[in-house]
Design a protein around this ligand. Structure first.
Ligand code: EPZ
Length: 437
C-alpha cells in the first residue's frame, strides 16, 4: 500500500494547477451511453474512480480508451450488449449507480447492484428508485441487484420531487428522462455545477432540458441523442482544497496562484467564508490568486446544497480552523456523521469536540506529525493539509482513498515548495521489537 510522507512547516508558494472535475466526469461518462457512436471527453482527470467507471462502461459493451497523459477519454457506445453493473465494481464507487438511469435510457432495461454502505454512514438511493418508478420504470430488487425495465423499451416520463435535494438522483433522473416518450419534471433538483455542466452536455447531444441550475428541471424526451466532443470543467472541490492549503501554508503577503480553475463553481457561501478568514482572493477568468494574511480569523461554516458551503470541503475547513487561534464550528447538514478525520486529527493534537453533526475546534495550537489513517477521500486530504502545518513528519496511510479524487497531489504540492513524497509500506508489518540492553 502507499502512504504520503509530509515534512511540515514549509511554505506553499507559486502555482497549483487544478485538474478536471471528477464529479462531473462521472455523469458525463454515463451520459455517453445514451448516444450510439463515439463520444470524446477532454480534461478527464487521471483518477481511480475514472478508471473504475471506464471498466463499468466496458462491461456494458462500450469500447473505452483513456489517455491519462492527455486526459482524453473516448467512449464508443455503438453497441450496448450487456446492460448490467456488477457488485464487484459498484461496491468500489457509489457513482456507478448512474448506470441505472443510463442503461434504462439507452436499452430500456438494467441490472445494477445496490451500492451498500459508505465509510461515513448510510447513503440511501431510495430517491433514485422512487423517481425512476414515477417516470415509468418497473423495478424489482433481486439478490442485492436492482432489476429495472421500461415497458415498451422507453420510460414514460412524469413528475417527481426530491426531498432532500440530491445530486445523484438528479443525474439518474435526467439520464432516464431525456429519452422518455413524454415530458418529465424534477422538483427540488440539485443545482450543483456538476449537474448543470452535465445537463448542458446532454442539451448539446440533442436533449430538450429547461431549468438547469434552478430547483425545477423540465425535460421533453427525444427519440435520439447524438455523440459529441465535450470538454469537462475544472474540479471545484480540488480548487477549494488548494485555496485552504494556500490559506494555512502560504507565506503571509505572498500570492499563491491556482490555475485552470472555475471560481464561479465554488458558490458564494464558500467564497464569503474564505474571505472572512482574512485571506485576499483575486478572481480571474480561469485563475484564482490567494494571499494569506499574517493571522487568519476563525470562521464557522454550515454545509448546504449548492450554492451553500460544500460538504466535500468541510473536512479541509476543520484544518483551517485548527490553524487559527479561537473557537470555530463546522456543521454538516448534508451528512450527519462525516467526521471520521477528527479522531485522526486529534492524534496530531487537534482540540475538537464532536456533538451530533457539529464539531467545535479550538485552534491555534501547533499540530504534531505522526502516522494517521485515511478513511475516505475528503478525510484523507484533510490529513495531508494538517501535515503541511504540523511539526515534524506526518505519514498519511491508505492513500488509495486520496487517489480516488486528487490527481498527482504530491507532485503538485512538491512543485509548490512542499516536502512530500509517496512511499510503499506494508500495512501488516509488525513493529520491530527493541533489543534488550
Ligand atoms: C454527491 O454524492 C457527490 N458524489 C458527493 O461527493 C457529495 O458529497 C454529495 O453529492 C453531496 O454534495 C458525486 O458526485 C459522485 P446526494 P451523492 O444524493 O449524489 C440524501 C466526494 O467526496 N439522499 O446529493 O451520493 C443523502 O443521504 C463525494 O467527491 C437520500 O436521502 O449525494 C444526503 O443526505 C462523496 N436518498 C443528501 O440526500 C437518496 O436516494 C444529498 O446526497 C439520495 C440521497
Amino acid at each position: 500500500m502507499d502512504k504520503l510522507v509530509i515534512q511540515g512547516g514549509r511554505p506553499l508558494e507559486g502555482t497549483l494547477p487544478v485538474s478536471g472535475s471528477k464529479n462531473t466526469a462521472l455523469p458525463l461518462m454515463a451520459g455517453a451511453l445514451l448516444a450510439p457512436g463515439i463520444t470524446t471527453i477532454e480534461n478527464v482527470p487521471n483518477l481511480r474512480d475514472i478508471l473504475t467507471f471506464a471498466n463499468i462502461l466496458r462491461i456494458a459493451g462500450a469500447h473505452v480508451d483513456y489517455d491519462p497523459a492527455a486526459h482524453h477519454l473516448t467512449i464508443d457506445a455503438s453497441r450496448i450488449s450487456h446492460p448490467e453493473a456488477p457488485y464487484e465494481l459498484v461496491k468500489k464507487m457509489r457513482a456507478s449507480f448512474y448506470m441505472l438511469g443510463a442503461l434504462l435510457g439507452r436499452a430500456g432495461r438494467a441490472r445494477v447492484s445496490l451500492p451498500g454502505g459508505c465509510a461515513w454512514g448510510p447513503r440511501p438511493v431510495d430517491l433514485h428508485l422512487e423517481g425512476l418508478k414515477t417516470f415509468g420504470a418497473e423495478i424489482d430488487l433481486e439478490e442485492g441487484y436492482v432489476v429495472a425495465r421500461a415497458p415498451g423499451g422507453r420510460l414514460a416520463g412524469g413528475r417527481f420531487r426530491l426531498e432532500p435535494s440530491s445530486v445523484g438522483a438528479t443525474v439518474n433522473l435526467l439520464l432516464g428522462a431525456v429519452r422518455a416518450r413524454g415530458t418529465s419534471r424534477i422538483e427540488n433538483a440539485a443545482m450543483e455545477p456538476d449537474v448543470v455542466v452535465f445537463g448542458q452536455a446532454l442539451q448539446r447531444m440533442g436533449a430538450r432540458i429547461e431549468g438547469l441550475g434552478t430547483p425545477t428541471i423540465e425535460v421533453e424526451g427525444v427519440d435520439q441523442l447524438y455523440p459529441i466532443p465535450f470538454r469537462n470543467c475544472p474540479d471545484r472541490i480540488e480548487l477549494g482544497t488548494f485555496m485552504i492549503a494556500a490559506a494555512i501554508a502560504g507565506r503571509p503577503g505572498s500570492p499563491v496562484r491556482l490555475t485552470h480553475a472555475d471560481p464561479e463553481h465554488l458558490g458564494e457561501a464558500f467564497l464569503d467564508a474564505f474571505r472572512q478568514t482574512g485571506c485576499c482572493v483575486d478572481v480571474g477568468d480561469d485563475v484564482l490568486t490567494v494571499t494569506a494574511p499574517e493571522t487568519l480569523r476563525p470562521v464557522s461554516v454550515e454545509t448546504a446544497p449548492y450554492p451553500g458551503f460544500p460538504t466535500d470541503l468541510q473536512a479541509q475547513w476543520t484544518v483551517l480552523l485548527a490553524r487559527v487561534p479561537g473557537e470555530g464550528f463546522v456543521t454538516d447538514t448534508i451528512y450527519t456523521d462525516r467526521f471520521k478525520h477528527i479522531p485522526e486529527l486529534q492524534r496530531m493534537g487537534l482540540r475538537a469536540t464532536i456533538s451530533g453533526n457539529r464539531v467545535s475546534i479550538r485552534g491555534g495550537q501547533r499540530l504534531q506529525g505522526t502516522k494517521v489513517m485515511s478513511s475516505d477521500l475528503r478525510a484523507s486530504v484533510s490529513l495531508v493539509l494538517a501535515g503541511l502545518i504540523a511539526e515534524g513528519e506526518t505519514h498519511v496511510l491508505r492513500v488509495y482513498h486520496l487517489d480516488r479524487g486528487y490527481e498527482n497531489l504530491e507532485g503538485k504540492l512538491a512543485a509548490a515548495g512542499i516536502a512530500i513524497r509517496r512511499e510503499a509500506y506494508d500495512e501488516f508489518a509488525a513493529p520491530s521489537v527493541p533489543e534488550d540492553e
